[in-house]
Design a binder for this molecule. Structure first.
Ligand code: ZN
Length: 135
């Protein structure tokens, strides 16, 4: 089961102009920034109740965020759902004919293991599954 919206990912051109905007909008500052080398992105997280807003900026011109920004200039990039057991969810969703971008979970930002579903199988919404890392 998908338990709740863990975060909403928003693509931005740069953090300088948007960090303050989101701080003003949400009424609290970002609680962390983190580079995810494998995805070519830097992330910035804001807490909002039980959920988060994740700003994403490209650190690598060939990253999927860079391509997304080139095409869309910014905006909502993905919705992330919290799951208890990501392997079980991947198997369940494959069974339901959803297409996975990541066939097995990988390291994400903010202490998570993640997998993305292909937007062509999810009504053009990029969906991320994320499970809290248990260590
Ligand atoms: Zn995300």
């Amino acid at each position: 089961m998908l338990r709740k919206i863990e975060h909403i990912g928003i693509a931005v051109e740069d953090f300088e102009s948007t960090a303050k905007l989101f701080e003003d909008l949400l009424g609290s500052p970002a609680y962390k920034t983190e580079i995810v080398e494998s995805e070519g992105v830097e992330t910035m997280f804001f807490a909002i109740g039980e959920s988060k807003i994740e700003l994403l900026r490209a650190t690598d011109e060939s990253s999927s965020i860079a391509k997304y920004l080139e095409k869309n200039k910014g905006g909502i990039h993905h919705i992330a759902f919290d799951v208890e057991d990501i392997d079980k969810e991947i198997a369940r969703l494959k069974e339901k004919n959803f297409e996975l971008i990541h066939q097995s979970p990988k390291e994400g930002a903010d202490n998570k293991i993640i997998a993305f579903l292909h937007p062509k199988s999810t009504a053009r919404v990029l969906v991320e599954l994320c499970q809290e890392k248990k260590d």
